[in-house]
Design a protein around this ligand. Structure first.
Ligand code: 4AD
Ligand code: MG
Length: 458
């Protein structure tokens, strides 16, 4: 029966047993009487060393080929591994031409590997990212499920811009070369598939609010899309977001939830992915394990926006974008705060109303809203959330002031009309979480097939 490398390595009872191993060849080294074949099947970072004598014709096996090895698990004399396989039979399932196989034994740059996104999961680092990502996803579900949150699937096609930032991808089946116009000469969307302008969602929040206002605690975990022309190492056009929403909760409950969520999922990765994390710690970002351990153990720092601005101004640091109360914090400010001033996660809350979204709850000072961002070293903003405005009159007045079409949000407003409750939630950018945990420099290496301006290959 086929056994995966992870099991063979962890189950001592298998020593002396016959097993079948299937995977892809990483390297082959030939000696006089036998060859060493390193096989990887993705179940773990480590390869399995296979010893094949010449009768099995190991000379014909090349890097990249997929093979099945039937053999006996034995204790390895080598220092690198505890067990190895003494092969009895080797079958080449899929041959691989060593001349044209793009993944040579040398180390490739991440930029090059992005052009080989279909093969790069066969490299150590990209395989490790996939396993860490998987663990974080599982731990996220576990975190919310054990706290009684209901998992919800919110729509991907939507008619409303949740963040109001206008960074929407349009969804249309109209023929661009032959579109009907309305009286004003604008495109007539009544002819379109949904009879209206439709978009890919930027966030599942508005729909999640509707369910929280019936089922108390819910979360959605899905793909979100932003047509922002950002060419940074932290922005994607398509990314995944985890969005919990709690009824009968305020901004402080929201911060508490965000903090315990991050600590819990980081703890899970420390426990389940130690081998992969060691790879990141050694080759990608020194100290990344210690950083995670420190975060799990220590309370996050919480600062109001006003306090954060004061600290940044007092620091004497010259920023590219000078800072004044009322300005949005730029990435350089966020990173200075969390990396230089505090070297730990910082939750900034009570932001100026003008720089945040329309749905955030107005504070009594008349200037700020109950919004919070969780900032972490290396990445900056990893979570954005808020208490939602539950008071119908205040929300309507704000939408008027912001020139938003109330008709369009009629159902959202009705949630405030019929049994409204204080409620709060947040969105955690999933790729940013994985980026933080692994210490990877660029978010384009976190998404398996990244989409960003000019790039939607594979
Ligand atoms: O701060 P954002 O825009 O918040 C919302 O969308 C809220 N509706 C969430 C909520 O309260 N339910 O986005 C949330 C998080 C950010 O903190 C960031 O981690 C991530 O999503 N994010 C991105 N990640 C990758 N690429 C992008 N272009 C991102 N934009 C936001
Ligand atoms: Mg944000």
């Amino acid at each position: 029966m086929r056994k995966k490398i992870k099991e063979i390595r962890s189950n001592e009872q298998l020593v002396g047993e016959a097993v079948t191993l299937k995977g892809w060849v990483r390297t082959v080294r030939h000696q006089k009487a036998f060859s060493f074949i390193e096989v990887n099947d993705g179940s773990t970072l480590s390869n399995m060393q296979v010893i094949a004598d010449l009768s099995l014709r190991p000379q014909e096996i090349t890097t990249g080929a997929s093979i099945a090895v039937a053999g006996v698990v034995s204790k390895s004399p080598g220092a690198k591994q505890s067990v190895e396989i003494q092969a009895k039979e080797i079958e080449v399932i899929g041959a691989c031409d060593p001349e044209t196989y793009p993944l040579q034994k040398k180390r490739h740059s991440f930029e090059f590997l992005r052009t080989q996104a279909h093969l790069r999961p066969r490299t150590n680092t990209l395989g490790a990212i996939a396993r860490v990502r998987n663990t974080l996803a599982f731990a996220s579900h576990e975190f919310f499920q054990t706290r009684g949150f209901l998992h919800l699937h919110t729509p991907i096609i939507t008619l409303s811009d949740c963040e109001g930032a206008g960074q929407l991808f349009q969804v249309s089946t109209l023929d661009p070369a032959n579109r009907a116009s309305d009286k004003r000469g604008l495109v007539d969307y009544s002819e379109d598939f949904f009879g209206k302008e439709a978009y890919l969602t930027v966030s599942g929040q508005l729909n999640a609010e509707s369910y929280a206002c019936a089922l108390s605690d819910v979360y959605t975990f899905g793909p979100t899309f932003r047509a922002e022309n950002s060419h940074t190492s932290r922005h994607l056009a398509e990314f995944w977001m985890i969005e919990p929403e709690m009824a009968f909760a305020d901004i402080f409950d929201d911060m508490d939830l965000a903090e315990s969520y991050l600590k819990t999922i980081f703890e899970s990765v420390l426990k389940s992915c130690s081998e992969d994390l060691e790879l990141f710690d050694r080759f990608v970002c020194k100290g990344v394990i210690e950083r995670l351990q420190a975060i799990v153990e220590k309370p996050f720092l919480r600062l109001t926006y006003t306090e954060a601005v004061e600290q940044l101004q007092k620091s004497g640091k010259i920023f590219e974008f000078p800072l004044a109360w009322g300005c949005d914090l730029q990435s350089e400010h966020e990173r200075y705060l969390t990396e230089e001033l505090h070297n730990q996660p910082v939750i900034v809350y009570d932001y100026p109303a003008k720089i945040k979204s329309f749905y955030m709850r107005a504070n009594d000072d008349g200037k700020t809203v109950a919004a919070m961002d969780v900032l972490v070293p290396g990445v900056g903003e990893i979570i954005g959330g808020s208490q939602r405005e539950e008071r119908l009159d205040i929300l309507e007045a704000k939408m008027d002031a912001w020139d938003l079409d109330k008709q369009h949000y009629w159902w959202y407003l009705e949630l405030r009309k019929f049994g409204s409750v204080p409620h709060a939630g947040f969105g955690a950018g999933f790729e940013r979480l994985v980026q933080f945990v692994t210490g990877m420099e660029n978010i384009r290496d976190i998404s398996a097939f990244p989409r960003y301006p000019g790039h939607a290959d594979f």
